[in-house]
Each structure stands twice: as C-alpha cells, then as structure tokens.
Design a protein around this ligand. Sequence first.
Ligand code: C2E
Ligand code: MG
Ligand code: MG
Ligand code: MG
Length: 268
Amino acid sequence: RAKTAGRNRVRMYEPGMGSESAQRLMLDRDLRAALATGELLLHYQSVVEAVSGQPQGFEALVRWAHPQQGLISPGQFIPVAEETGLIVPMGTWVLGEACRQAAAWQGRGQALTMSVNVSARQFEQPDFVAIVRDALAESGLDPRLLILELTERVVLRNPDAAVVLLHDLRALGIRIALDDFGTGYSSLGLLKTLPIDVLKIDRSFVQGDRAEVMVGAIVSLAHAFGLTVIAEGVETAEQLALVQALHCNGVQGYLFARPGPAHEVMPL
Ligand code: C2E
Ligand code: MG
Ligand code: MG
Ligand code: MG
C-alpha cells in the first residue's frame, strides 16, 4: 500500500507492513526520536461553561507532527508509548508544555484551567507528585488552574494506592478529573472513596441511545458527591440542549471547538 500511495504519502504504522512486533519496534524508535527532536506538539480544546458558553479552560491533547505522515493522533501512538514506557518522559514533557502555555495565558490575565491526561505508567512513577510540583514551579502556573485527568482503569489498578496519591496531588492545590467516565469498570464505590473534583462523561453516553437516562443518572450521582460534571463529545445543538437541561456544568465538543494549536484557540 505504501508504494501505491506515493512517496509523499508513505504510510508506515499500518497492518500489512511487516509483523506487528516489527511495526511496534519501528514506531517506538521513531517516537523516541520525535520526542527528542521536538516533533511532538500540543493541541488545545476548549471546555466551556454549559449555561453561558463561556470558556472555562482547555484540555491539552498531544499530536505528533510526523515528517512524512503529517499530524498523527494520540490513539495511534499512545498505546505503544504506554507499552514501552516512553509515555513517562513523554507525559512529563506534555505536563511541562501544558503548564507553560496555561501560565502564559494566566500572564495575559486569563484564568483558564488546563487539563492534562495522565496515563497509568506516569501515575505509578514513584516521583510523580514531584514531577507535577516541578512543572508548576517551573511554569509559575497557579495550581488551582491545573486539572489532571485519569481514567477509572488507571485508578482501579490499585485503588488504595490511588487514594493516597490523589490526596498528595490535591495537596499541591490542583484538581483531579475522572476521564471517560462510564466506559471502564466503573464502580459507584469508587466515586465514594476517591478524592476527585471533576467527572467527565464519556462521549459514548452523550451521543448514544437513551442519552437522557444515562447522562441524567451520572450527573445526579456526581452532584450528590459534590463533583463538577463535564459532558464530552457534544457535537449537536440537541446534545447541548440535553446536557444543559440535565445540569452538566461544563461542555466539551466539536460544537464549540475542535482541538487546535495555542495561537488558534486563543488568538492575541
Ligand atoms: P480524551 O482525554 O477523552 O480526549 C478527548 C478526545 O475526544 C480527543 O481526541 C478529542 O479530540 C476528542 N473529541 C473532543 N470533542 C469531540 C467531539 O465532539 N466528537 C468526537 N468524535 N471527538 C471529540 P484525541 O485528541 O484524538 O485524543 C484521544 C485520547 O488520547 C484522549 O482521550 C486521551 O485518552 C489520549 N491522549 C491525548 N493526549 C494525551 C496525552 O498527552 N497523554 C496521555 N496519556 N493521553 C493522551
Ligand atoms: Mg481527557
Ligand atoms: Mg475523555
Ligand atoms: Mg476518550
């Protein structure tokens, strides 16, 4: 396929291009180089207040500006980075870069939150709290503007350790969001015991069948535990009306904005 696609459209990390393990090796090698040479970049997607539509912050989403393939989305390389452990230095870079950008906006008088995705391997690093503390200190970002996003899957790997760690992270003054809520092995017990602040409803519930039942139930539960709720994947006016009626606090989705580079999402 690569041949017929032509020289400028080489497609590398695809099935049919050698054994799967050989592909992973190649991707891992190129990804390491990409991190070292600055081919990784962040796009930002706004999170808006549900009722007013006012921007309350952004989520940082990593991209790989591949010299041949163009912009590669995280779904294509994060799983491999998680497997090989490269996600740890990559995640540290993402955190630092996102904090620097948020601090720059803070310096322009914009108190916008910055949400950063954290994967299991990062969360399980013994010095993870120190890494976050350093990113805050080096950027000068107000800790109250930083939100770390974790999935249930990550937390459930070791819930007892997670509770301790989340307490330590919140002691820095930052907030914690549970991402893609409802897609993992969610347990209601988790919501009761986890020291978290925000719950993000996965877009499959916002866009799926019986959205009013699913979203309504999740919002009630989250609010009962004092959590703020963000609806992900809002693409249509109908979906927006629904999540507003169901009292979601924040909204994220293509209806408002697609992820983009900093200068596009927040022009001077
Ligand atoms: P996520 O954290 O749940 O991020 C939301 C994803 O949904 C993003 O995809 C975003 O572009 C997409 N999205 C937002 N609004 C809409 C919408 O209205 N419709 C649809 N169909 N999609 C929407 P993206 O950027 O491809 O990221 C995918 C996932 O990759 C993220 O899901 C997150 O789990 C992971 N990821 C992204 N950046 C990082 C990172 O820096 N570190 C780690 N560990 N994971 C990351
Ligand atoms: Mg996220
Ligand atoms: Mg999500
Ligand atoms: Mg997701």
